[in-house]
Design a protein around this ligand. Structure first.
Ligand code: 13P
Ligand code: 13P
Ligand code: MG
Ligand code: MG
Ligand code: MG
Length: 372
């Protein structure tokens, strides 16, 4: 068994929230190659999307392994040091705790981890997003594993006819449920169509009895109790041989669907699939970006990455994103561009309600004089 772990954090933005500074990437790469040399990891790569730094690692220690999580925590501490030295924005932004204890649960960094027995050929895609929330994977995962108009294999490949099981988290009540699809598709959509609260955590093939997907499902604001930046989720998807083909996994991103995030984590904006070179959201701190790094995992090594959205066939999705962004921006502070109050990341409304409490009057039919 090999474990593929993506552990990520925003430890400071260059400039504002738009990118990771190259010195931080170099620091992380050096740490990862040392960890491979020391035998902690079997292989490792460093990548970024916007201001979030991802460590993509293979090892034999399983999910939630203390040594691997503590290694990532240590790397993020070092990149925070660089961010402080250079005065980068939000140095150590996602490190919500002072000290590491056991694993990263509830500490701020996000992670997606998938343990599997390597197949003779093991194509995987590591998706990294910035300026959005973990529920942003719901729509593409639904399309990849449940929509035959997206995934031809659901019709053509007999190994996919039995369907897939989706594990869905309720992030507000901290509970989870499994949905058996296609038979429970409609019930599942009732939940995952509300991605601020219900988030797909994993997907497995019923025929192969194999886990195909792992997503990061942490909600920073639920951990910190206040706005501390958007979650900027990551996801691992295994492909081919009874699982969706690589192209079926990428296909949902040819549509500029919207997700919560963008400026101040408080707006709906379209997800833009981009090459790593374009993964630097600047306009209105958006639109949210997603990169797809393809690897062949071979003998636990990460052969790659291939920068999968570096492909002109996603040009129209990018153009559609710009159209949708122009359209939504013109709503300014109005919904549906601004998130509904219950999903808004800032607590300004609570403060306002308190301050204005004694100025609210009952609505009455009879004219009352306006207080002056
Ligand atoms: P190739 O013949 O190029 O391997 O393609 C097979 C396939 O299934 C594409 O989805
Ligand atoms: P990040 O979570 O990417 O730091 O974004 C925070 C933000 O408020 C952008 O406007
Ligand atoms: Mg940031
Ligand atoms: Mg970010
Ligand atoms: Mg963030």
């Amino acid at each position: 068994m090999v474990t593929l772990s993506i552990i990520k954090a925003d430890t400071g933005g260059f400039v504002g929230h738009s990118a990771v500074h190259p010195e931080m990437v170099t620091e992380a790469r050096d740490a990862v190659s040392t960890a491979v040399g020391d035998g902690l990891l079997l292989d490792g790569k460093v990548a970024s999307c916007g201001d979030d730094l991802s460590l993509i690692m293979t090892h034999e220690r399983g999910a939630d392994a203390e040594e691997v999580h503590s290694f990532a925590w240590d790397v993020f501490g070092r990149t925070t040091g660089i961010a402080k030295r250079l005065g980068l924005y939000g140095a150590g932004q996602d490190l919500l705790s002072d000290a590491f204890s056991g694993n990263l649960r509830g500490m701020g960094p996000g992670y997606a981890e998938l343990e599997f027995t390597e197949r003779p050929s093991e194509p995987v895609v590591c998706f990294l997003a910035d300026k959005t929330e973990p529920g942003a994977w719901n729509l593409p995962l639904y399309k990849i594993f449940a929509d035959p108009f997206n995934t031809a294999g659901l019709v053509i490949d007999a190994k996919m006819h039995a369907g897939f099981r989706f594990e869905v988290y309720d992030l507000f009540e901290e509970k989870r449920i499994w949905f058996d699809c296609p038979s429970e598709l409609y019930e599942m959509l009732m939940f995952i169509g509300a991605p601020a609260r219900y988030v797909i955590h994993s997907v497995e093939s019923k025929t192969l009895d194999e886990q195909a997907v792992a997503t990061s499902t942490q909600r920073l604001s639920l951990i910190a109790g206040k706005y501390v930046g958007k979650d900027d989720p990551v996801m691992i998807v295994r492909c081919q041989s009874g699982l969706p083909a690589l192209g079926e996994v990428l296909e949902p991103f040819a549509f500029a669907y919207t997700a919560g995030g963008c400026m101040r984590g408080s707006h709906h904006a379209p997800m833009m699939p981009v090459s790593t070179g374009d993964a630097h959201p600047a306009r209105f701190d958006g639109p949210p970006r997603v990169v797809a790094l393809g690897f062949q995992v071979h003998e636990s090594k990460l052969i790659g990455p291939r920068d999968l959205f570096d492909d002109p066939s996603f040009d129209r999705a990018r153009a559609q994103c710009n159209e949708v962004m122009d359209y939504l921006r013109r709503h300014g502070p109005f919904e549906p561009h601004r998130l509904p109050l219950e999903d808004l990341e800032y607590t300004t409304m609570a403060t306002l309600e308190k301050r204005l409490a004694d100025r609210w009057q009952p609505m009455v039919e009879a004219a009352v004089p306006v207080p002056r």
